[in-house]
Design a protein around this ligand. Sequence first.
Ligand code: ZN
Length: 310
Amino acid sequence: MTVRQWKRIITFVVVALIVSLTVALIIVAVKANKLDNILSENEEIIAFLNDAEDAGTITTEDISQMSKELNAKKGQEKPEYQSKYSKLYVENDFVYEDDAEGAKKVYLTFDDGPSTENTEKILKILDKYDVKATFFVIYHDSDEMDALLKKIADAGHTIGVHTASHNYEKIYSSVDAYLKDFNKLAKHIEKVTGVKPEIYRFPGGSLNSYNGAVYEQIIAEMTRRGYTYYDWDVGSGDASYGTASTNWIANNVINGVSKDKSNVVLMHDTNAKDTTVEALPKIIETLQKKGYKFDKLTKEVKPVVFGYLS
Ligand code: ZN
């Protein structure tokens, strides 16, 4: 190699060294500056807390409490759905009464209505025997159905929310999806009947093969909003495959009730449930003769919930 070539190589190495050294120095300077900032911020906080402690306005326990609260807040951000649907709330602060009389009551509940074929027939029978009952309804975009909703409410029965769509996959896909669907029907019921619904029933009951992943959050959220749900402890068997016979339904209810429990009876109000309607007079007459009283569910009635919670 010539002398000139040697010179070039040396110049290149020296320049490269100077450049990398400068870059390194800049990085160190920036980092040191950042560290200074953090340190000075913390010093201010520490100095403030120390002053406050010295002045007796704040104690060590206060500081540890404050830091606990801050950490708790960081760890538990409120789910977004809690701030949605600001009108979806029910006043609910009372203690359920455990009265002996309640044990002789029967609460007939009709799910999935209203129906053009059977709602009016059911209302007529209930009226004839002076019985009040509960209808867990679904949403229909129809004036005819709205008129039936109004008739149920005007007759003094309770209307509860059974979800707008009754679509298991949809409503049980998330708490958000459930709330959205519930809100749609709750608003509609109030608009049509003038009565705000305060109780509800889960399609398929509060625990079913579709909602295992979300039922606890849904119940927690609805309870936080003041709503009460009711499962059932007497099955009429009217939802079984095919058409259940009138006698089968009547006997299921008559033999299913007991003076030792709350007797929330599951029945259905859909166009296909002729035999449910036919069984009603026999059920009411027989149980009234046995001394049972019929009543509607309201939020003051102690909820009947499947046994999984206990
Ligand atoms: Zn249903």
